[in-house]
Design a protein around this ligand. Structure first.
Ligand code: SF4
Ligand code: SF4
Length: 214
């Protein structure tokens, strides 16, 4: 699917968990409504009195996740910026219940933020095999998660036999079907010749020093 469709799915979920870090560097999370999606940007609100507002201004970055009623997980991490309060008008039009929460001029305590660049992932655990797909927002370059079988593979078949999703194909070398992979790491742990590496950009306990990208 295209980015536009994934953003629309996030908008339909609407109530998503948004994460930032607090002043001491610890994670902080809260439910925020995704108010509008336009031109591949995702819009949400917060009030100037909230810690979330200060964190958005300071960090210019947020991570969010939501679950559809069909148990499909969507997550997105990316850059955010504050935009003009003029956006309040279309946002209130598209979300009329906001008039009850912030009636009249009280809406002016709200500020609008836009997520304009980032990387997201769709992950469906309810189908067999599982399915995942990455999508990009704005000029974001893709970073990769999961595992990769290298030329060190001796084609013994051990990884394919233990994979819980049976998503490793025989070949020279063996190949992981990335769209069906759980990222569990069992194949990497069981390969007798350590021929399975993490894909660039993926951080786990296997690579503690690598910058966390998604
Ligand atoms: S376990 Fe390692 S060597 Fe054996 S098929 Fe898998 S990647 Fe290749
Ligand atoms: S990480 Fe897990 S699901 Fe993915 S290929 Fe390896 S064993 Fe299979």
């Amino acid at each position: 699917m295209e980015t536009k469709e994934y953003l629309q799915m996030i908008r339909e979920v609407k109530d998503c968990a948004f994460a930032t870090v607090d002043e001491s560097g610890k994670p902080e999370v809260r439910i925020i409504d995704v108010m509008m999606v336009e031109d591949d940007c995702l819009y949400f609100l917060t009030a100037r009195g909230k810690n979330f507002y200060r964190q958005l201004l300071d960090q210019e970055f947020v991570a969010l996740t939501g679950l559809t009623k069909n148990w499909e997980m969507l997550c997105l991490r990316g850059k955010v910026k504050q935009v003009e309060q003029d956006y309040l008008r279309p946002i209130f039009e598209q979300n009329p219940s906001m008039n009850e929460v912030y009636p009249g001029d009280s809406r002016n305590i709200l500020e609008v933020f836009c997520l304009y660049e980032g990387q997201g992932e769709y992950f469906n655990l309810s189908q067999t095999p599982v399915f995942r797909e990455t999508f990009l927002v704005g000029k974001q370059e893709e970073t990769y998660k999961g595992f990769l079988i290298t030329d060190g593979c001796i084609e013994c078949g051990t990884c394919a036999s233990v994979c819980p999703q049976q998503c490793i194909k025989a070949g020279t070398p063996y190949v992981i079907r990335q769209e069906n992979c759980l990222h569990c790491g069992l194949c990497a742990e069981t390969c007798p010749v350590t021929a399975i590496d993490k894909r660039p950009g993926f951080q786990t306990a296997f690579a503690p020093s690598r910058k966390f990208l998604l």
